[in-house]
Design a protein around this ligand. Structure first.
Ligand code: PHE
Length: 360
């Protein structure tokens, strides 16, 4: 058949000079596509006589195979070249110094909870927890705060919804962590030593109050625990927590329905050049409420008040964090401002412990 050599030379030339995969594809379609030049010639074989068809068919098939092979080879070559080109532009100097990625930070409240837990664990306290939506009984009655008690008003309680006609007392967002005292004693009985850090809620909002804040409850019940044990425990705690050689606490007589006697505790501090100093100076900051657990509270939790006695305290975690880390405004704690979190946050890799240091 005439012209096959010319055809072959033309297509092999076109394949060799195809600049990219799209150009190569055009060549393939022109030669081997459904209406391609070689395909059409194959179709023409049908009109030939058997002898001519056999000879021409063999030649055409050989040509088709040759062009097909050339197309494949060129396609691979073009692909490799494209990859080389890309690798050149995506080249990475692995010897450059690393760019630091900022890890997340631990919120001061979480940090202080860890610190508290480490200190009290060292004194033999374990951690207890309770729900934030609490029943009226746990939050008030069991703690010797009956329905008409004036301190129910003082707590500025958030109440949960009750359907009209449902006369049961509504659940509340717990106003303090004290209900965990009841839950822990009902679960474990006496003797018991627990702390219970967690969120609490009261309707209140200014520079030092937010509607949600954090407390840590402490409870120690045994045969002969006294107010002296309470005082030592709190002093030890403050010394360890503030990481100073000594602190001075002031116990002020106070009143809580669930403790008798009751005391509020202030810590001595001063501000020197904008810096807060704990343990010196002539200012006092209230940090917690405390007292000897009321016999009625023990009884409500199933602990025999004739056999057991002990102390409880509740401290404000946010306030402790503000004091230790010099944070002026409580509201910023809960605004999730990244700049604030980076400034006041802690490394997630430095887990507070007494041997290694609480706040390195
Ligand atoms: N529950 C009290 C409060 O929120 C604090 C407290 C706890 C007082 C335990 C005495 C004993 O103010």
């Amino acid at each position: 058949m005439d012209g096959l050599d010319t055809l072959k030379a033309r297509y092999l030339g076109a394949i060799a000079s195809a600049a990219d995969e799209a150009g190569l594809e055009d060549v393939r379609v022109a030669a081997l596509g459904k209406k391609g030049e070689i395909s059409l010639k194959m179709r023409d074989l049908g009109q030939m006589d058997p002898a001519g068809r056999q000879a021409a068919g063999a030649l055409l098939n050989a040509l088709k195979d040759e062009i097909d092979a050339a197309l494949r080879a060129k396609k691979t070559a073009l692909g490799d070249a494209a990859l080389d080109e890309r690798l050149k532009s995506e080249w990475l100097d692995v010897t450059l110094p690393g760019r630091p990625r900022r890890p997340g930070t631990v919120h001061p409240v979480s940090q202080v909870m860890e610190e508290l837990t480490a200190i009290f664990a060292d004194m033999g306290f374990s951690v207890a927890e309770g729900p934030q939506v609490e029943s009226d009984w746990y939050n008030f009655d069991a703690l010797n705060i009956p329905p008409e008690h004036p301190s129910r008003q003082e707590h500025d309680t958030f109440f949960m919804h009750r359907d009209p006609g449902d006369d049961r007392p509504p659940h509340v967002l717990r106003t303090h962590t004290s209900p965990v005292q009841i839950r822990a004693m009902m679960q474990e009985g006496a003797p018991i030593r627990v702390i219970a850090p967690g969120r609490v809620y009261r309707m209140d909002m200014d520079q030092t109050h937010t509607p949600m804040f954090h407390q840590a409850e402490g409870l120690a019940i045994d045969r002969d625990i006294s107010m002296a044990n309470l005082k030592w425990t709190l002093e030890e705690f403050c010394r360890a927590y503030f990481e100073v050689p000594s602190v001075e606490l002031r116990f002020r007589a106070s009143h809580f329905p669930f403790t008798e006697p009751s005391a509020e505790v202030d810590i001595r501090y001063s501000i020197v050049g904008g810096q807060l100093r704990i343990g010196e100076g002539d200012r006092w900051m209230e940090i917690l409420g405390s007292g000897m657990v009321h016999p009625k509270v023990l009884a409500a939790a199933g602990v025999d008040p004739d056999q057991w006695q002990g102390f409880a305290f509740g401290m404000g975690i946010d306030r402790l964090a503000m004091l230790k880390y010099g944070i002026p405004d409580l509201r910023a704690f809960f605004e999730s401002d990244l700049r604030w979190l980076r400034h006041y946050g802690f490394s997630p890799l430095d887990v507070p412990d007494l041997a290694g240091g609480l706040s390195l």
